[in-house]
Ligand binder design. Sequence first.
Ligand code: ADP
Ligand code: MG
Length: 267
Amino acid sequence: MDNPLLERLNENLRALKLHRVRERLEAELENAGRDMPPYAEFLSKLLDDELAVKLEKQTSLSTSLAKLPYVKTLEAFDFGFQPSVDAKQIKELAACLFVGRAENVIFLGPPGTGKTHLAVALGLKAIAHKYRVLFVSAAALVASLNKAYSENKLEEKLKQYCMPRLLIIDEIGYVPVDTHGAHLLFQIISRRYERGSIVLTSNRGFGQWDEIFGDAIIATAILDRLLHHSTVINIKGDSFRLKEKKRAGLLKSGNDNNGLDLISKAM
Ligand code: ADP
Ligand code: MG
């Protein structure tokens, strides 16, 4: 590059961290020389491009910080397969006003019915709305709180889980939680109460939560705070995983339901 003006532009763009503009500059100047767009249009195109690249980077960084188990969008959710899920209600939640209001969303239903998929999809919407999101399984959450407790670092850990605007707690009820674990979980729920949203999934109805925690009092205390400002979505349908297995011919459909029951129990 032997054009001092271009060199200067390059240096300035580098200093301003406008990397996309820097990449595109020579080509866009050439196009502009040919097409002669209005000055404002030329500048606007370059800046739109820069913004789009920055936004994409930010979203992918936030998505990796959210530690989602997989990336599944709302657009990929087949509402036709799961008629008990009200598409309109989910789309309203996707606007993420509930995150701004520190309200909760709870997905209940049998395995394979799309609870985690919907929780992740709402997480991605929240990221797109620039909220900080963190996904954790209930078992991992309790284990990490227990570890922090034994290392005298509980306060630090509690703060860490209270920081994100949306905390997704997946799979409450798959693994029983002992009383100490339940108390630690209660601390998270009560600290986030009216301060930060929780999206939670569970395969067990609320009536069975005292069994999960082995203690009716703590289960009631958790539910009390969780449910006060919440939307509960009860999914009553078939497992999507089994549908796919059936389609692949791994299971017989029709009257012989034994295979389905067994696999259903194993999941
Ligand atoms: P759950 O958490 O209820 O056990 P998941 O959300 O993990 O179930 O769903 C199991 C698998 O099936 C995932 O790969 C998910 O993307 C897919 N799935 C479930 N329900 C649907 C649906 N209605 N449309 C598209 N994919 C679905
Ligand atoms: Mg799940």
